[in-house]
Ligand binder design. Structure first.
Ligand code: F6P
Length: 563
């Protein structure tokens, strides 16, 4: 049984090194000669106070070699790397669900093999991948046609949580790689607005729906799938295309496919199991974008693009497995997060991509990190005695600069932040002679510099600032950031980036001794929603069974709803 030491107790030990504000060097991504992108690691760690260094560094963190040594010792003490090896080997490290945790198998080459629960997981993965790729080719080439013989123009992915956030984030991030004339849309929310707005201008004859649900029981997804099925059939009926049961069946077969681990339920829904792509219980929803859940993305960017995406994940997996601890980026970044949250009291962690294409990345990370590490008991069921799971949040720069950066620069809370940027833009636009990407990136470089070095009262006074407002214009600096850069936002780089955060999340969960792969905390609300529905629909008995506050809210709804 692996147990974490109590970080609070650990934090009380004398730490003369704590006051040393230090810097570490590069964490960046670079293309290798083979074209595979690899995560590069901090080459060295130095212990110079950042407020006097006065030159840009890629890691501007409150660390020094002694501290890193302590954090690596903490990782050793808590068995992080043993747990990593057990995860990659397919052991059942998801203890509360008694499951293997094998998203890393989704991106291993076909030449590998790994037997899990008596099955060759890698062979299974590649069998499904080939099926997804064949489907993607047929849609992209126009060979897959709808009931009236027209090729697909719009792919609508219906799913929620991990069956939505990964595909939509990656689709948005890789827009420049999307085949011209093809568009993906995503319906997730059970708010009818989502299905209504998404389908309102679509042509059912050229729409293909992917129903993505690991369990195929999720209320939101099944409801949305039924609503979209009705929309599609009604549209085809109005045009006289669907006229009877046989043409209805044909329309569903040509316009609906599914992604699920529950292929029996897919058939019950009316989708031909031949048009279903499977995955396995050992792929958690929030770790599934690189499984068949990414089918919409595979259609959009093509099998070659998707293969690059998977190669990026695999490159980061290998780095996490093979790099020495003191050079292991996910290990170090995960430990830094533990340092900031458990030892320095940071409650939140900002992720700030300087790339509009990554505008859904923080939302994606919210599920990855918070559904994984929002836990209060250890793997053996005992309560933790320290904080777990920071609140992840963020927005793309520079928009965030004009919204919430004030708090990060001058607020009382420490908000460690990851800045992400790319050397090359997709849109090489200019404002006269000025390269717009350089105007953009000057902000990226400036922000981490300002956060690290701040501005002293002497500097503020030297600008002739009236004494009464000097303190309001001082920046303390020493606000930690990690900058991640890559040559460009390619499918491979995106794969690396996602895998990096998967492994950071893993490291933190391992130090805390929790099960990062279950999600029991989302169950109670689902059960209560089912119980409350009759009260909303008009049952007085169900209404009376509610607590006073919930009853008052439902009464307000019933009074104000016009049907
Ligand atoms: O309710 C949470 C959750 O189980 C997530 O973990 C998951 O990604 C999401 O719901 C969707 O689940 P499914 O893919 O089974 O529809």
């Amino acid at each position: 049984m692996i147990r974490s030491p109590d970080p609070v107790e650990f934090a009380r030990r004398p730490r003369p090194w704590f006051r040393e504000r230090s810097r570490a060097t590069a964490s960046s991504f670079q293309e290798s000669e083979a074209g595979v992108t690899r995560g590069q690691v901090p080459a060295k760690l130095e212990c110079e106070p950042i407020s006097t260094v006065r030159r840009p560094h890629e890691w501007k963190n409150l660390v020094c070699p002694t501290l890193v040594g302590h954090l690596l010792a903490l990782a050793e003490q808590t068995g992080v790397l043993e747990l990593r090896d057990r995860m990659f080997a397919g052991e059942h490290i998801n203890v509360t669900e008694d499951r293997a945790v094998l998203h890393t198998a989704l991106r291993r080459p076909a030449t590998d093999s790994l037997t899990v629960d008596g099955q060759d997981a890698i062979a299974d993965v590649h069998e499904v991948l080939e099926k997804v790729y064949a489907f993607a080719r047929r849609v992209r080439s126009g060979e897959w046609v709808g009931i009236t013989g027209k090729p697909v123009k719009t792919v609508v992915n219906v799913g929620i949580g991990g069956s939505d956030l990964g595909p939509v984030m990656a689709y948005e991030a890789l827009k420049p790689y999307v085949q011209e004339g093809l568009e993906c849309r995503f319906i997730s929310n059970i708010d009818p607005t989502d299905a209504g707005e998404t389908t309102k201008d679509l042509d059912p004859e050229t729409t293909l729906v992917i129903v993505a649900s690991k369990t195929f029981t999720t209320l939101e997804t099944i409801t949305n799938a039924k609503v979209v099925r009705a929309w599609l059939l009604d549209g085809l009926r109005e045009r006289g295309i669907v006229t009877d049961e046989a043409s209805e069946k044909e329309a569903i077969a040509k316009h609906f496919v599914a992604v699920s681990t529950a292929l029996d339920k897919v058939a019950e829904f009316g989708i031909d199991p031949a048009n279903a792509f499977g995955f396995w219980s050992w792929v958690g929803g929030r770790y599934s974008v690189d499984s068949a859940v990414g089918t919409s993305l595979a259609v959009a960017i093509g099998p070659e693009g998707f293969a690059d995406f998977l190669a990026g994940f695999n490159a980061m997996d290998r780095h996490f497995l093979e790099a020495a601890p003191e050079k292991n980026v996910p290990l170090l970044m995960g430990l830094l997060n533990v340092w900031y949250s458990n030892f320095l009291g940071a409650d939140t962690h900002a992720v700030l991509p300087y790339s509009q294409y990554l505008h859904r990345f923080p939302a994606y990370l919210q599920q990855l990190t918070m559904e994984s590490n929002g836990k209060s008991v250890r793997r053996d069921g005992s309560p933790v005695t320290y904080e777990t799971g920071e609140v992840f949040w963020g927005e793309p720069g520079t928009n965030g600069q004009h919204a919430f950066y004030q708090l990060i620069h001058q607020g009382t809370r420490m908000v460690p932040a990851d800045f992400i940027a790319f050397a090359n833009p997709t849109w090489a636009l200019g404002d006269g002679d000025a390269d717009m990407h350089e105007l953009f990136l000057s902000n990226f470089f400036a922000q981490t510099k300002a956060l690290a070095f701040g501005k002293t009262s002497e500097e503020v006074r030297a600008e002739g600032t009236p004494e009464a407002i000097v303190s309001a214009r001082v920046f303390t600096g020493n606000r930690p950031t990690t900058s991640i850069m890559a040559p460009a936002l390619t499918p491979s780089v995106l794969g690396q980036l996602i895998a990096l955060y998967e492994h950071i999340t893993f490291v933190e969960g391992a130090v805390w001794g929790i099960d990062s792969f279950d999600q029991w905390g989302v169950e109670l609300g689902k059960v209560l929603a089912k119980q409350i529905l009759p009260a909303i629909e008009g049952s007085s008995e169900a209404l009376d069974a509610q607590d006073q506050s919930t009853r008052a809210l439902i009464e307000y709804y019933r009074t104000n709803r016009t049907k």
